[in-house]
Design a protein around this ligand. Structure first.
Ligand code: ADP
Ligand code: MG
Length: 333
């Protein structure tokens, strides 16, 4: 199969080409042409996923496709931008049609949740890797930034942390033991088991676009948690020139995670593990009630974990951080 057949069969398909009025020309020409709506700003982000670095080569192709798109989309969600379309630059060692069909389906299953369209890309031969550039719209001046957190702001996270890191540990152990990683069918069969839910947190992250309308202009600063709470909260604090006091007992940790791995591993996974793609954001105390009521009305849970301080340091996690990090690194399941 040639390059163009491959593109036609796996990427230029209706599941990935929802009809959108802003897309004037999609796949097939030298460029895609997009009509950016009046009054909107374009939010642009790209992420590369390389086999053995960003994903397990043994992972089901469906999850590799879903996840590659999800991690890019999460950056749009972190800035309060609504996703619109994306491009895919892909490098493949060979043409494995079964793999490609599942990969494409994984991307499409996520893309269809948001009506976003694949408008172009590039396909080359090489080590398995994909770069997905996502583009979205945000009202002029309305984007959430990493900077903007102010002393006194409440710090929230949008969901439990550490589950994805735990899922990755379970997956790595399965691979080391020569076991297969769960296919979609197996996931659904075992949807209620703790192990399946932790694996799902890693293999099927969900970008938090549902928070945009709930939080809208009430947020002073925001970031998505891709590298662990400590690292990403740190980026937000640095950008804002402030510090934080964290109440570690309020960091949301799922029952699945703490029951399966124990509380110490769980807290370390939450602080230093990555791949959860929840949002961390700050809200001024005057708007706290408004935000919490709005979230409750939408059926979303928000977790206040601390406050922003003027001193540029993170307090409340000192004792745990150093020893915790080592313990987590050395931990096996
Ligand atoms: P060019 O040589 O002009 O860069 P290509 O031959 O690489 O164009 O690609 C032909 C068309 O197919 C272009 O519209 C391009 O955007 C699209 N395309 C190539 N690879 C992919 C892919 N992996 N996913 C989606 N579209 C793709
Ligand atoms: Mg090209």
């Amino acid at each position: 199969m040639g390059e163009f057949d491959l593109i036609r069969r796996y990427f230029c398909i209706p599941e990935l080409q929802t009809s959108r009025r802003d897309v004037c020309i999609g796949i097939g020409d030298d460029c895609a042409l997009i009509a950016v709506p009046q009054g909107k700003q374009l939010a642009v982000s790209i992420d590369t996923s390389t086999a053995g670095v960003h994903f397990l080569p043994e992972a089901p192709a469906h999850s590799i496709g879903w996840r590659a798109l999800a991690v890019s989309l999460s950056d749009l969600a972190a800035m309060g931008a609504h996703p619109a379309w994306f491009t895919l630059a892909m490098s493949l060692p060979d043409v494995n049609e079964l793999w490609l069909a599942e990969f494409s389906k994984g991307m499409a299953d996520l893309a269809q949740n948001y009506g976003i369209t694949l408008v172009g890309g590039d396909t080359t031969r090489g080590q398995l890797s994909m770069s997905i550039q996502v583009q979205g719209y945000v009202a002029q001046g309305a984007a959430w930034r990493r900077k903007g957190a102010k002393p006194g702001d409440i710090i929230y996270v949008s969901g439990s942390l550490g589950d994805a890191a735990a899922g990755l540990s379970i997956a790595q152990k399965r691979v080391a033991d020569g076991q297969l990683l769960p296919s979609k069918a197996e996931r659904l069969d075992n949807a209620q088991s703790y192990e399946a839910r932790l694996l799902d947190a890693y293999f099927y992250p969900v970008p938090r676009f549902d928070l945009i309308s709930v939080l809208s202009s009430r947020v002073n600063s925001a970031i998505d948690i891709s590298d662990g709470l400590l690292a990403d909260l740190g980026h937000m604090l640095n950008a804002s020139g402030v510090g934080a006091r964290i109440d570690r007992s309020r960091i949301p940790i799922s029952t699945e995670l703490s029951d399966y791995f124990g509380p110490e591993f769980a807290l370390n996974a939450a602080l230093n593990g990555g791949d959860d793609y929840q949002l961390c954001f700050t809200v001024s105390p005057q708007r706290r009630l408004e935000v919490e009521v709005s979230a409750e009305k939408s059926g979303l849970s928000l977790y206040p974990i601390g406050v922003i301080t003027a001193e540029k340091e993170i307090r409340g996690l000192e004792a745990f951080t150093a020893s915790g990090f080592d313990h987590f690194k050395g931990c096996s399941v």
